[in-house]
Design a protein around this ligand. Structure first.
Ligand code: PLP
Length: 468
């Protein structure tokens, strides 16, 4: 092709002609990115200024220096997850190896749609999914497929569960069903379940909220809710238990819920998007006791496993189930020795090799490194919870099951909680401000490895001053 007029570095020449120029560009870009991360403690968690967005579609190629300057401007205006005061969301600073994985995935640009387009990486994904399933205690033959986020993983699990329970729905939809399929979950379950119910054609009212305490589903109440749904002419088909709710990090009593699900003949999906990381800690993994009885599990390494976004897994107790109950074959793809293309099993078609970020992170940190990170977050949470309990002027939404703490001044209105949030922000500390059970709370997520005693001390100084 005649490529005159393109920048010298437009592509990496496969014959190596522009190797020095490409390396110079990527090294400059990488140096800039590392500089942002390495200087993150000097900037607040939330940006001070809006990004300027000039010239979105320049008529001619811009000089590399100008492009890098614009990129740096955008990075400067981005949320700063590496700031030690970033302690309010389930979004960690990325593990270094996962940054390399994102770069490598973009560079090889393989497509997880099929084995033909991602031979080694499809095999890697299948193998890692089986290894993670094993870590959760699922039996031999368990495995799964990755997805770009936990919402998609929850949707896929529920689609397979729905199609297994109502095989005719996969072909003809829901219109012929005599009874309305419903899903049971706690009121604190993630909003992606409502989205999944809409996408599956069930309607969001098909997610029945089971009562509980402090965000945890009550097993006898689940049995009652199943009976009530059946009495009302509905057809419960799945229970979604949560291991690490989004607002308080609560873990449902998985073993007891598994008993009920089994007795009632219901699919048990465990949304362990967040709390699944506890499986990596020998000290804390018993908090997930019962997860081994799940039919499917969502787990997001992009959260408490520090893998750069997005990175999520949908695991099945029987890895053959998505092929049986969801697969749509892609005849435009070559067959590879009986292997089923991952793009035929999952919701997504074309998909990047996000598994590279996960694999490199597992290789780089190892089980011991990951356990250390989880344990450190849990230890810090216990210390902060004890400090909070020493202050009668503060109330906790729930005793922590993981590394999340939601609190607020006793008797305060939402406006006062919001004012406290701003004061903390002025002190360089970002806590989030969720609405939970009708009131605003300050929410701490203690997963940031850069958060230390200094940030916690500062937080209590601000709180004590406000409470005095
Ligand atoms: C418990 C739980 N499940 C599912 C999700 C959805 O994950 P994602 O945002 O990756 O789609 C979240 C997100 O915070 C979550 O907390």
């Amino acid at each position: 092709m005649d490529l005159d007029g393109l920048p010298e570095t437009a592509f990496v020449s496969p014959r190596g002609e522009n190797r020095p120029a490409v390396q110079a560009l990527l090294q400059r870009g990488l140096a800039q990115v590392v500089e942002r991360l390495a200087g993150a403690a000097g900037r607040p968690p939330l940006p001070q200024a809006e990004a300027s967005l000039p010239d979105l579609l320049p008529a001619e190629p811009l000089a590399e220096g100008e492009i890098l300057a614009r990129l740096d401007g955008l990075l400067a205006a981005s949320m700063n997850a590496s700031a030690p005061g970033w302690i309010g969301h389930m979004d960690p600073p990325p593990a270094t190896a996962s940054i390399l994985g994102a770069l490598a995935a973009a560079a090889v640009n393989n497509n997880l749609l099929s084995y033909e387009m991602a031979p080694a990486l499809s095999r890697l994904e299948v193998a890692i999914m089986a290894r993670l399933a094993d870590l959760f205690g699922l039996p031999a033959g368990a495995g799964g497929v990755m997805a770009s986020g936990g919402s998609l993983a929850n949707l896929l699990a529920l689609a397979v569960a729905r199609n297994r329970a109502f095989p005719e729905a996969a072909e003809s939809g829901l219109c012929g069903l005599a009874r309305r399929p419903v899903i049971l979950a706690s009121a604190a379950a993630h909003t992606s379940l409502a989205k999944a119910a809409m996408v599956l054609g069930l309607g969001r009212a098909a997610v029945v909220a089971v009562p509980g305490r402090e965000g945890r589903m009550d097993p006898p109440a689940l049995a009652e809710a199943v009976a009530a749904a059946r009495a009302a002419g509905q057809a419960p088909f799945a229970v979604v238990a949560t291991a690490g709710t989004t607002v308080t990090g609560a873990i449902d009593p998985l073993a007891a819920l598994a008993e009920v699900a089994e007795a009632e003949g219901l699919w048990l999906h465990v949304d362990a998007a967040y709390g699944g990381a506890l499986a990596f800690s020998p000290r804390h993994r018993d908090r997930l006791a019962g997860i081994a009885r799940a039919d499917s599990v969502t787990f997001n390494p992009q959260k408490w496993l520090y893998v750069a976004k997005t990175c999520a897994c949908c695991l099945f107790r029987d890895a053959a189930l998505p092929a049986r109950h969801f697969r749509v074959a892609a005849p435009y793809m070559a067959e590879t020795g009986g292997l089923v293309n991952l793009g035929e099993l999952g919701l997504q078609g074309s998909r990047p090799a996000e598994v590279l970020k996960l694999w490199l992170t597992l290789q780089h940190l190892g089980l011991s490194g990951l356990a250390r990170l989880i344990d450190a977050g849990m230890a810090l949470t216990a210390e902060v919870a004890a400090e909070l309990a020493r202050r009668p002027g503060l109330e906790l939404a729930a005793a922590p099951d993981s590394n999340l703490l939601c609190f607020r001044p006793v008797g305060a209105g939402d406006a006062a909680v919001e004012a406290l949030h701003r004061r903390l922000l002025d002190a360089g500390l970002f806590l989030s401000l969720p609405l939970y059970e009708g009131r605003r709370w300050l929410r701490l997520v203690l997963l940031n490895p850069h958060t230390g005693a200094g940030e916690i001390r500062k937080m209590f100084e601000v709180l004590d001053e406000a409470l005095s």
